[in-house]
Write a protein that binds this ligand. Structure first.
Ligand code: GDP
Ligand code: IMO
Ligand code: MG
Length: 426
């Protein structure tokens, strides 16, 4: 399969990093197309844990090309710390490249992220962002005043652009939010050095991906965030500011849709969410707490406790449709061992008694919905050593088969532990 997309189907943290790491052993190129260091992708290999934010999850394979596409927003300071961390751990970054068109997250984006969240929180409307400046950086991109990587690495252009936009941002920070302005000379000096450091990594990712495709190399597109966090098809406004859908991959990388052969959606065997926003199957009880503790459900980027709940087939079916999924990878089935009966949400019931099969666009309509559940007998066995579907206890097999039916998509992988070898492939 030359070109595969791996994408999140819920509210993020489904284990995309693990799936990419496994598939990267058979690929030559891994490409990120959107989002930024709001992502936190965990790869566990030989007992070592790597938490990646901007660097693609193919980095553990020294010969794999790891590309950061034009649709990504890149925080150079954080990216350089990630580079240093990789090098400190003996992981080569020689095959890493960043598209010159990618937008740069500047320090004022991070400050404005915090200030606008604070402003919204007074009214109880905060999004619960990762505070990485993602929304404000994408705002500037669409406002057409953003600074791109090609500007950052240009010692003549960067100071001019940074001063012009920085002056405006200082006005907004002080006059609108009453915040502290930036000393622009210091910012320019600091970020110009980051530009120098990044220069050797800059290359046209659209061209590199297309060349790899023509040479019949296997390419993996690594989604960040997830479908229900998509700016259009997620739970707006409780979403991120990019398109984490399969459709976002082509525009975020600069390749045509005909290149894509296979689209894999990643889900957990239950549901989690960090940050604010609706979550119909959320468990605010002991079972929810047990899942959080057993599954280690704390954010990879911010450390926040993740909200937990039952598997919601309405949202995953929505993801199957909007991404055109060919298969599902279901992770963390092992976490459900020993928690008793399992529930799957099959649809939503509105207060007037009518049933919804498709995820509603309006949050008001969603608030009027209660999940409809099917209950399954659970399992107590430790499944972490299972490597074949047939080795799983019968109740586990039935649970997965029912997810398949309800989501209208084949389950091609089942995760039974965090390590790269703890995966059942079907
Ligand atoms: P991503 O953002 O989608 O890459 O996911 P994260 O890395 O943020 O969160 C997924 C967490 O679940 C990480 O800690 C993974 O190591 C872990 N994980 C992934 N798959 C499995 C699995 O099948 N079982 C268990 N127990 N943990 C898993
Ligand atoms: P990965 O790639 C889970 C959530 C934030 C917040 C909302 C907006 O690891 O799955 P942002 O900082 O993007 O403006 O925050 O989106 N969010 C994520 N939740 N996993 C992620 O990435 C996320 N990236 C953003 O918690 O609710
Ligand atoms: Mg994550």
């Amino acid at each position: 399969m030359p070109a595969n997309i791996v994408i999140g189907t819920q509210w993020g943290d489904e284990g995309k990093g693990k799936v990419i790491d496994i598939l990267a052993s058979r690929a030559q190129v891994v490409v990120r197309s959107q989002g930024g260091n709001n992502a936190g992708h965990t790869v566990v290999s030989n007992g070592q844990t790597y938490k990646l934010h901007l660097i693609p999850s193919g980095i553990l394979y020294p010969e794999t090309m790891c590309l950061i596409g034009a649709g990504v927003v890149l925080d150079p300071k954080d990216f350089i710390s990630e580079l240093d961390e990789m090098e400190r751990r003996g992981i080569s970054t020689k095959n890493l490249r960043i598209d010159p068109r990618a937008h740069v997250v500047m320090p004022w984006h991070i400050r404005l992220d915090g200030l606008s969240e604070k402003f919204r929180s007074g009214k109880g409307n905060e999004i619960g962002t990762t505070n990485r400046g993602i929304g404000p950086a994408y705002m500037d991109k669409y406002e057409r005043c953003g600074i791109r990587v090609c500007d950052l690495v240009n010692p003549v252009v960067f100071p001019q652009k940074a001063r012009a936009t920085g002056n405006l941002k200082n006005k907004i920070i002080t006059a609108v939010y009453g915040g502290e302005p930036f000393d622009l000379d210091m910012v320019i000096q600091e970020y110009a050095l980051y530009g120098e450091r990044l220069k050797p990594y800059v290359a046209d990712v659209s061209v590199l991906t297309y060349e790899a495709y023509k040479e019949n190399k296997t390419i993996l597109f690594e989604g960040a965030q997830a479908t229900l966090l998509d700016i259009d098809f997620g739970t707006y406004p409780f979403v991120t500011s990019s398109h984490p859908l399969s459709g976002g991959v082509t525009v975020g990388t600069g390749v045509g849709p005909r290149m894509i052969d296979n689209i894999i959606g990643v889900a957990k065997a239950y549901t989690t969410r960090v940050g604010k926003g609706p979550f119909p199957t959320e468990l605010n009880d002991e079972i929810g707490e047990t899942i959080r503790n057993k599954g280690g459900e704390f954010g990879t980027t911010t450390g926040r406790p993740r909200r937990t709940g039952w598997f919601d087939a309405v949202i995953v079916r929505h993801s199957v449709r909007v991404n055109g999924l060919d298969g599902l990878a279901i992770n963390k089935l092992d976490t459900l061992s020993g928690i008793g009966d399992l529930k799957i949400c099959t649809g939503y019931r509105k207060s007037n008694g009518s049933e919804l099969r498709n995820f509603p666009p309006s949050l008001e309509e969603l608030a009027d919905c209660d999940p409809i559940y099917e209950t399954f007998p659970g399992f107590d066995e430790d499944i972490s050593a299972c490597r074949k579907f047939e080795d799983l206890p019968e109740n586990c097999q039935n649970y997965i088969r029912r997810l398949e039916e309800l989501c209208e998509c084949k389950v091609c992988m089942v995760g039974v532990g965090p390590d790269r070898d703890q995966m059942i492939e079907r």
